[in-house]
Design a protein around this ligand. Structure first.
Ligand SMILES: [Zn+2]
Length: 404
């Protein structure tokens, strides 16, 4: 939905900055857009768009090129392209089993990507940051000559304090109050802060802006890793609560009396009932089977007719359906998106999920909610981290760093 351009209110320069930001954000999220398309999107005339794009082009953020298609007579039309090679960010994804880093160009172009497995237990801050900083230096060295790094973003599988990237609580890694963002910024030594967000919050926004939730203003994103993270988007904005710790749907209580113990210290949380360990235990897999591949193996076995695997997915699907039914009743979303390992579990457990929704969701909300898997796959959280890293540039395009 067009956001519209700002008119002059408040301090001089504020509206110009907002207008430049709105235009650059559109090009960043949608890719190359015609000037006509930008004018329609923003609800302004073409000369206003020309003035704004000229300013962004002079700053090295976009390039205007003649449109190649059409061939109609009259004034040539121009397409505004993001300068993906000249402007980039570094993005990191800290998941329970793996560390991922990428150099992402303006426009969301993933130019280079590095990944390492890592052990779940005993991962201290220094060990994790050492790997990430090494990845970051390698990606920075590999950038095209003259390309400017305008930000650094990271997705973390735990509860993050907004502002300084402090990991307040990361139950799967045993981290409590670790200064992750500050330490990674110090080790990267790029003169840039590291903006850190919760993985499911970032995945939700990435799906909303680029993926399965494109054009949907109210959605719920469930991210399966060891546990279940949640991101709730209401009216186009992330619902993150008073302190930034909201949308923890994985710890929604669904089975308080006979529930499985949860990593948070409680019992019967949604993630305890539908997470990786619950699925593998129900399927009779030994305790040393874990991770994405083990989950995938259960789904494959169920597809091949393995009775224990089918029963496990049926049970997980029932609990997942209870959780999703509660969320649909609460938030009336247009779409519920299953990401991470849930993108593999959900299709195999969909009949049970849908049965719960049919039985337990109010009809007026039930008819509206679509259920689907992530369009961005396992990279949704990484893409969300890249967009977080671009956010200062998109807020104030002309204040971007200009040194490589
Ligand atoms: Zn819990």
């Amino acid at each position: 939905m067009p956001k519209g351009l700002s008119t002059d209110r408040g301090a001089p320069g504020d509206s110009r900055r907002r207008n430049l930001g709105a235009l650059l954000r559109r090009v960043h999220l949608a890719g190359p857009v015609s000037r006509v398309g930008l004018a329609e999107w923003l609800g302004v005339n073409r000369s206003t768009v020309m003035a704004l794009t000229a300013e962004l082009a002079a700053a090295g953020l976009v390039r205007e090129v003649p449109a190649t298609s059409g061939g109609r007579a009259g004034r040539p039309s121009f397409v505004v392209r993001p300068e993906s090679e000249a402007v980039h960010v570094l993005a990191f994804d800290i998941a329970v089993d793996r560390l991922v880093a990428a150099r992402v160009g303006l426009g969301g172009v993933m130019a280079a990507r590095l990944e390492a497995d890592r052990p779940r237990a005993g991962a201290d801050l220094d060990a994790v940051v050492s790997v990430l900083a090494g990845f970051g230096r390698e990606l920075h060295r590999g950038a095209p000559p003259g390309s400017v790094c305008v930000g650094v973003g990271a997705s973390y599988c735990g509860m993050i304090r907004p502002g300084d990237g402090m990991v307040r609580f990361g139950p799967d890694m045993g981290w409590v109050d670790q200064a992750f963002g500050a330490e990674l910024a110090r080790r990267l030594d790029l003169g840039l802060p590291v903006l850190v967000g919760n993985e499911a919050h970032l995945g939700a926004m990435a799906e909303h802006q680029r993926g399965a939730g494109l054009g949907v203003q109210n959605l719920i994103y469930l991210h399966g890793d060891v546990g279940v993270g949640g991101g709730i988007v209401v009216g186009g904005d992330l619902l993150d609560g008073d302190g930034g710790y909201g949308s923890e749907v994985g710890h929604m209580l669904v089975n308080p009396y006979r529930g499985r113990p949860c990593g948070c210290g409680s019992r019967g949380c949604l993630e305890a009932e539908v997470g990786e360990r619950a699925l593998l235990d129900e399927a009779g897999r030994p305790a040393d089977h874990r991770g994405r591949e083990a989950v995938r193996a259960v789904v494959a076995a169920a597809g091949a007719g393995d009775a224990a695997a089918r029963q496990a997915l049926g049970r997980i699907g029932d609990w997942l359906g209870i959780g999703v039914a509660n969320l649909i009743n609460l938030f009336n979303p247009g779409v519920v998106i299953f990401g991470g390992t849930l993108s593999e579990v959900f299709p195999a457990a969909a009949p049970q999920v849908r049965r719960r929704i049919a039985a337990n969701v109010l009809p007026v909300s039930r008819d509206k909610a679509r259920l689907t898997v992530s369009a961005l796959g396992y990279d949704a959280t990484l893409i969300g981290a890249a967009d977080l890293a671009f956010s200062p540039l998109l807020t104030n395009p002309l204040a971007a760093p200009t040194h490589p």
